[in-house]
Every structure is written in C-alpha cells, then in structure tokens.
Design a protein around this ligand. Sequence first.
Ligand SMILES: Nc1ncnc2c1ncn2[C@@H]1O[C@H](COP(=O)(O)OP(=O)(O)OP(=O)(O)O)[C@@H](O)[C@H]1O
Length: 234
Amino acid sequence: MAVSLAVESIDLHYGAARALKAVSVEAKPAAITAVLGRNGVGKSSLLRAIAGVHPVAKGEVLFGGSALGKAPPYRRARLGLGYVPQGREIFPLLTVRENLQTGFAALKAGERSIPDTIFTLFPVLKDMLSRRGGDLSGGQQQQLAIGRALVTRPKVLILDEPTEGIQPSIIKDIGRALQFLRDELGMTILLVEQYLDFCRELADSIYIMDRGEIVHSGAASELDKPEIRRHLMV
Ligand SMILES: Nc1ncnc2c1ncn2[C@@H]1O[C@H](COP(=O)(O)OP(=O)(O)OP(=O)(O)O)[C@@H](O)[C@H]1O
C-alpha cells in the first residue's frame, strides 16, 4: 500500500543560523511532489531532516502517519525511506555491484538481493556491474545512486536534485524511471530541484522554497506564473 510522507512545521539550525523555518510539506501517496528553490534556500536541509541525518529543532516528520521522532537514518531506511543525497555519494573504489550491495545493510538477511527492476530501469548498470563507481559518468553515477536506494525496496523515495550536472538523455531516463516507480509500484516520491521543466513534466504537485520557508504550494502547471518564477530566478 502506498505511504504518505509529511513534514510538519520543522525548524532546522546550523549553529545559530536557522536554515528551515516552520517548513511543512506533504508528499501524497503514489505521487511525485517537487520542492523548488534557488541555491541555498534550504532544499537539501529539508531532505536531511527527513532522512534523519540532521536533527530538527522543532516540528515532526510523519512517515505513513507515524511520527519518526529522533529515529536514526538506518531505522528510517528499514521503515521504507530511500534517500538519494546531493552529489550522489557513490563509493568510487567499490564496483557498481558493491555500491548496490551497500543498500543491503537496511535489509533482513533473507531479503538481500538486487531487484531486477533496477536493471530494467537503468540497463547501463547491468553492463557495468564490475566497473568501479568512480569510472562512471555523472549521469551513470546518479542512476547508480537511485538504484542503490531502490535496493532497500523503499515505499517513499526522496531525491536531492537528481538532474544536477546531468546530460539531457539521462535526465529523460531518470524522469521515466520516477514515473514508473510512481505508476507501477505506487511509490511516494519527494524531490528537490532547480530544474523547472523536469518538475513541470513530472510532478503532481509543487512547493516553492525561499530563504528557509515554503512560500507557495500548488499544481505543477503554476510554475509558469510570473509571481512564482520570481522566487526561482537567480
Ligand atoms: N553544514 C552546514 N553548516 C552551516 N551552514 C550550512 C550547512 N549546510 C547548509 N548550510 C546553510 O544552510 C542554508 C541552506 O542550505 P541547503 O544546502 O539546505 O540549501 P539548498 O537549497 O539545498 O542549496 P543547494 O542547492 O546549493 O544545495 C544555506 O544558507 C547554507 O549555506
């Protein structure tokens, strides 16, 4: 069954600096939700808070309606939260297969296998199983990072700028993969992005973030409105 993810009025600090101010976001079950904003507005901080890699000072993250509290990242992964971090964080000296196997840590012994879906979505990973992660192109590494998150069979997938620095043909593959995960597997997807066209095509709903706050939420078609674009201009 598809699971919802909700962030309720969270604050996040780096020392004295407040990076998130009462941020609330809802990712509906089996839908793609995109959070857009310029560099440095707090998008990665939002995902770090959801993944549990940075503590929140206030507020709550709800996974399928249950508060995650202070649960550490590995427990969130076991519950079914997949996280594709910014910069991909591939292990350059491990092979593609070994990078995928790092996802096994979140699985019980009997479940430790690499799902075929990953190779259906990203056939290049199958061809490169024995190559080192560091030898892959940026786009291939992004596919590997998504594949690694899928190894844990997540119910909710959060992705930090999946199109960053990636060539258009691979961006299309990633978009198709996310649509498949939503439509065929009922996965709930929350992504943060700066690339408007990608979100307009893919997202069911969007949020706009500016200086640590959500300043708008609505349908992806609203991305063309001038008052919304104003928040996204550099
Ligand atoms: N580890 C950190 N220590 C101190 N300040 C930080 C840290 N990480 C982020 N910040 C600051 O918090 C704010 C939000 O950063 P964050 O990375 O969440 O934004 P972002 O929207 O994801 O930007 P980008 O697209 O550049 O990653 C910025 O002002 C940033 O400088």
